[in-house]
Design a protein around this ligand. Structure first.
Ligand code: PLP
Length: 293
């Protein structure tokens, strides 16, 4: 129903930036043309945003495509992926289709990725370690200095994939600068979350230029891989300097409201650094999803 408040899928309920909305309307008339020039410009803008160069950027249909391309790439030589339980899983079926098997380490007592356990699990057969920071679904973070140390060590033996879908919410430093100098590190970012453009399907990898070339080789027509309209929306969003701060602020207020409600209802929850909250419905006897609907 149109009155439903959709809280699923960790989308941004406040919608795209007004600048993105305007850019979408202005750009659709040029949809008869291929988008390569626009994509090049967006890559340059993204590169400037992160202080890297355009050859370190690969655009995908959401960061989902970037995870898929990386999984395909690593699956050509080795077969084991290591991640945590629970962590973001949507890409798991695709990885399995590439012949990868996924093994999982438990979270720490405070529900974070257990970096020493992950490091201990890496062996000769490990194709990739997948880390999502902040983690979906727990909303917890591992601190960046520890993550950098882990990444530098583990990348000597295997690809390390850092999924930064929610870093803006947590004000976390990106591992971009480490990724561009290390062929075994891929950082994934997305316009789907704080930029409010999940339907535009636009994400990107930041990695070493050679790694980017390899990942791009699995796309049929790499420099034409996103729509002009989506690219215009993303590009305009990057220019809206106060948009992220505003979204973060609203999300923090909404989370406080939820925490207060969980406390009133005596529901256990994990304070979140992202735009979603994991909470326990063990004490709710009814069909929770149906009740919410
Ligand atoms: N990574 C994480 C951790 C996510 O939670 C999501 C979506 O929920 C994605 C990646 C995929 O986002 P997209 O493909 O829309 O960029």
């Amino acid at each position: 129903p149109s009155t439903a408040i959709l809280l699923n899928s960790n989308e941004n309920p406040y919608g795209p930036s007004p600048l993105a909305r305007k850019a979408i309307l202005e750009s659709y008339t040029t949809s008869n043309r291929y988008p390569d020039d626009h994509i090049d410009l967006l890559k340059q803008k993204i590169a400037a945003h992160w202080g890297v160069s355009a050859e370190n950027i690969l655009m995908g249909a959401g960061s989902s495509e970037i995870i898929g391309l990386t999984a395909l790439h690593v699956s050509r030589k080795k077969k084991k992926v290591i991640t945590a339980e629970p962590a973001y899983k949507v890409w798991n079926n695709q990885a399995t289709a590439f012949g990868l098997t996924i093994s999982r380490t438990a979270l720490t007592a405070d529900r974070k990725f257990d970096l020493p356990a992950l490091a201990a699990a890496v062996d000769e057969d490990t194709a990739m370690v997948y880390i999502c920071n902040p983690n979906n679904p727990t909303g917890t973070v591992v601190e960046v200095p520890a993550l950098k140390n882990f990444t530098m060590e583990a990348s000597k033996k295997t690809m390390v994939f850092i999924d930064e879908a929610y870093t803006e919410y947590a004000r976390l430093e990106s591992l971009a600068s480490l990724a561009i100098t290390n062929k075994n590190v891929v950082v994934a970012k997305t316009f789907s979350k704080i930029y409010g453009l999940a339907g535009a399907r636009l994400g990107y990898a930041i990695a070493h230029a050679e790694t980017i070339k390899k990942l791009a080789s699995y796309q049929a027509w790499s420099s034409f891989s996103a729509s002009t309209v989506s690219v215009a929306a993303a590009s305009a969003s990057l220019e809206h300097s106060t948009f992220i701060e505003d979204g973060r602020e609203k999300t923090e207020q909404a989370k406080e409201l939820c925490y207060e409600t969980f406390r009133k209802l005596s529901l256990e929850y994990i304070p979140s650094r992202a735009n979603f909250i994991l909470f326990s419905i063990n004490t709710i006897k009814k069909d929770f999803i149906r009740e919410m609907e």
